[in-house]
Design a protein around this ligand. Sequence first.
Ligand SMILES: NC(=O)c1ccc[n+]([C@@H]2O[C@H](COP(=O)([O-])OP(=O)(O)OC[C@H]3O[C@@H](n4cnc5c(N)ncnc54)[C@H](OP(=O)(O)O)[C@@H]3O)[C@@H](O)[C@H]2O)c1
Length: 234
Amino acid sequence: MIEISVPGRAGSARARVLLTGAGGSIGEAVRSRLVEDGAEVLVLTHLPGQGGAVADFADDDALAAAVAGFGPIDHVVLAHGLLEQGPMADVPPKRWRRMIDVNLNSVYAILHAAVPSMVAGGSVVIVSSTAALDRSPGGGPHYTVSKWGLNGLVRHLSAEFGGLGIRINGIMPCLVDNPMGRAFMTAEEYEFWVSQVPMKRAAEPDEIAKVAMFLLSDAASYVTGANIPVTGGR
Ligand SMILES: NC(=O)c1ccc[n+]([C@@H]2O[C@H](COP(=O)([O-])OP(=O)(O)OC[C@H]3O[C@@H](n4cnc5c(N)ncnc54)[C@H](OP(=O)(O)O)[C@@H]3O)[C@@H](O)[C@H]2O)c1
């Protein structure tokens, strides 16, 4: 088991971890690992009925209020994301803006609200995508650009947070064996994609979660500003 670090906040024995995307495959895998590790998981979700705080991820004020309601935070794992397909002709500016709001602007709003309560030893992990190295094969232009934005945010904020002792890193999955990974692909196309992966299989969600746990642990104490591909070699 990889134990995540517990920053030296007075009186806290368990790490308090804000988690998004817990209703999804990767987020659920992260949640299981955090619970196993004894962390207190503060879930921020976009749909009611899943437990935790609920907010519209396109609403900055709602996100800030939800984060404030959690109190002090040690680590943040952002594993939410919307995937939509479409050539430019099918992505009018309104859809573009919604995607950027949900996938990118929400991350900024959550961090803007959460980081002031964090102390040295805390860290942030953002689930991005290898779409940020080139383009998304399954998603539209708005998805690709949202992920490029996340990688840039990791690079920029690592410089700003470094002096505070707070680390920030990104994880770039390529193909994950879950409904999002199979979205917009026929079974034949999916098998073709898998055949292009050197390890000849898609990732299990828990294989992304394990990298998140490493990044939250003292084993990664000198890792910041990294956008790490977790791709089976692709
Ligand atoms: N699956 C892949 O092959 C793959 C590849 C590369 C990158 N990724 C990235 O990995 C992350 C996790 O995705 P996943 O594979 O776990 O997919 P998933 O199972 O579809 O989970 C995505 C989660 O994102 C949240 N979400 C969806 N729509 C939202 C909206 N409109 N507003 C706010 N939150 C919303 C939901 O969590 P809540 O219900 O808890 O709010 C949802 O369960 C995403 O950022 C995705 O882009 C996935």
